[in-house]
Design a protein around this ligand. Structure first.
Ligand SMILES: O=C(O)CCC(=O)C(=O)O
Ligand SMILES: [Fe+2]
Length: 572
């Protein structure tokens, strides 16, 4: 006898066509649990020996199928629900369609080794059929990536009891699941992804996903967008929902959401008005009644809106980055640039870079070491210098560095500009690790020498420990400075006495299919990752003070993975 336990909750997840035998799905937030259960049961009718029970888990909705002899889901069709994760790790939910009665292992993987399968599915028009089932089975689970948070996620633990250890591997944590929606929203926003295409053909750039996003997927994105205060985007998304499906209950729901969006927009406008000291004379201001209606509606959806969410205030945030920089110096950023704020970053990410110089030439280096080595150098900017050095790393070195780093990657943090503490933020989505003592590592001896030759800076003793970073789909690092702002632990990096970061070398260990450029908003420069090339820039001026124009960031990865290795050369 198989048992399908549905753990009901109030959070969301973006897969819509919930083939039953499937386990992680999204509850209709505005609808009822019964609706899902009905669907589930109906689908389950296709199978014998399945017992359905519903448990209030207070978390995400998860259905679990188990049996005494095996644990699995039913069917063999493969689908993907999601394209990004909160930490930039690609999450693939393989939905199993009930076309076969043979139980299969549930497959939700978080690992990069799934890339091959992912690629195959992009590359074949009928990826779903052509994926070899064997790809999913019999693999060492330890390769499937980390889901550390899961063990703290009690509802599942309680319900699953003894089965917990077995299932823990398959269940994504709550933050990740919500992050998936956020990530997708950010990608839509930054890259202006065509919503209709995503819905009709599942097309992103020149590639097609295995399946398009459904009306229900978009509905879920609307809800996340509202809760993040992204009202303009939410409004666009409601149109897509309606274009894709004219189901009356969905239409009603969209009507309702649109009034929430309208309310939200008024709130934001009111805030702006407050800044201007112009009171509510336009008559648009919200009344207490509106507030109550809004709160109730949000409550019904069990959502809390965050008015201070990054996006609508992103411009502001970026301006703060400028303003927190060394106030004594009193440098000033032109007003118009402040206003453009984060938009410049996004424009550059979309490929709107205007390169001021393009001097591609070859250099032959006769270094201090007894060998000849040459590489192509492209100066993307001259004053200050930003240079792409091609083929500075070999394929073998790249692969060895990635392999050495893989098992130790952790979610990357940033230093808070206000407190100096390390914090996890959505402004840096990616994983990284430090390769300790790389100078003495056999991996690095040749490389360090080559880099020293190429940059003219001491990349051995003068450099920090090596940092290896990986960004999955949606991974990014918003514009920031690599040098420290004086008040924080200047001169000390990871326990070692060091100077400030004079220059950075970002070595790209992979190509990125789309997105993921390194951009310099104040210089209008964008560099697309090229495997084995290194991007070199200065962070400090000759006198050791911060170089304002070195403000830079990594754009969200749209397709593929971006691997990088950072070397920062220090200044005494
Ligand atoms: O990912 C990038 O392109 C830039 C990374 C970066 O700026 C950093 O890690 O400090
Ligand atoms: Fe940086």
């Amino acid at each position: 006898m198989m048992v399908l336990k549905i753990i009901s909750g109030d959070d969301l997840f973006s897969s819509s066509d919930l083939a039953t035998g499937m386990f992680i799905f999204e509850k209709n937030l505005l609808g009822s649990m019964e609706r899902f259960v009905t669907v589930s049961r109906k689908r389950l009718d296709a199978f014998t020996n399945v017992d359905v029970s519903v448990i209030d888990g207070g978390g995400v909705d998860v259905g679990v199928i188990s049996s005494e002899v095996d644990v699995g889901v039913i069917g063999r069709g493969v689908d993907f629900g999601v394209i990004g994760g909160d930490d930039g790790v690609v999450i693939r939910v393989l939905m199993i369609t009930p076309t076969s009665t043979k139980p299969q292992l549930i497959t939700i993987k978080f690992s990069t080794d799934f890339d091959t399968i992912w690629q195959q599915s992009w590359n074949t028009s009928k990826g779903r059929e052509q994926i070899d089932e064997n790809e999913f089975h019999g693999k060492d689970k330890s390769q499937w990536g980390q889901l550390q948070l899961i063990s703290q996620w009690d509802p599942f633990k309680d319900v699953l009891g003894d089965m917990w250890p077995q299932w823990a591997t398959y269940i994504p944590d709550k933050e990740t699941m919500i992050g998936v929606h956020s990530t997708l929203l950010r990608l839509i926003d930054v890259y202006r992804l065509d919503l209709n295409k995503l819905g009709e053909t599942g097309q992103i750039e020149t590639r097609s996903a295995i399946r398009p996003l459904t009306a229900e997927d978009f509905r879920n994105l609307v809800i996340t967008a509202i809760s993040e205060g992204k009202f303009n985007l939410a409004s666009e998304l409601t149109k897509t929902v309606v274009d894709l499906d004219n189901d009356p209950s969905l239409l009603r729901e969209m009507m309702r959401l649109r009034s929430l969006i309208a309310y939200g927009r008024r709130q934001v406008d009111d805030d702006d008005d407050d800044d201007d000291d112009s009171d509510d004379e336009n008559g648009d201001a919200s009344t207490d009644e509106d507030d109550l209606m809004f709160d109730t509606a949000m409550n019904d959806m069990r959502l809390k809106i965050s008015w201070n969410h990054d996006n609508e205030n992103e411009n502001l945030k970026w301006v703060q980055v400028f303003e927190t920089y060394d106030p004594e110096e009193g440098f000033s950023i032109p007003e118009e640039e402040k206003e453009l704020g984060i938009n410049i970053y996004h424009q550059l990410c979309r490929g709107k870079a205007k390169k001021s110089v393009q001097n591609l030439f070859c250099e032959v280096h006769y270094g201090t070491v007894p060998y000849y080595f040459w590489w192509n150098v492209e100066h993307l900017h001259l004053e200050p210098r930003i240079t792409m050095i091609y083929n500075i790393v070999s394929d073998a070195e790249s692969e060895r560095i990635k392999a050495a780093a893989k098992s130790e990657l952790k979610r990357a943090a940033v230093i808070s500009p206000t407190t100096g503490e390390y914090i996890i933020t959505k402004n840096r989505l990616g994983r990284h690790m430090w390769l300790d003592n790389w100078q003495t590592d056999s991996l690095a001896t040749g490389l360090g020498t080559r880099l020293t030759e190429a940059t003219g800076l001491d990349c051995h003793q003068g450099a920090e420990d090596l940092q290896v970073a990986v960004y999955g789909i949606g991974g990014l690092y918003v514009p920031h400075y690599d040098y420290s702002r004086d008040k924080f632990k200047h001169g000390e990096t990871r326990g070692r006495k060091m100077g400030d970061r004079l220059a950075t070398l970002m070595i790209y260990l992979s190509d990125v299919q789309a997105g993921g450029a390194t951009v310099f908003p104040l210089l209008s420069v964008a560099a697309s990752p090229v495997k084995n090339a290194a991007l070199f820039w200065y962070n400090l001026k000759a006198d050791g003070r911060g170089l304002v124009e070195s403000l830079h960031g990594g754009c969200p990865v749209l397709l593929g993975h971006k691997w990088g290795k950072l070397i920062t050369v220090t200044y005494e």
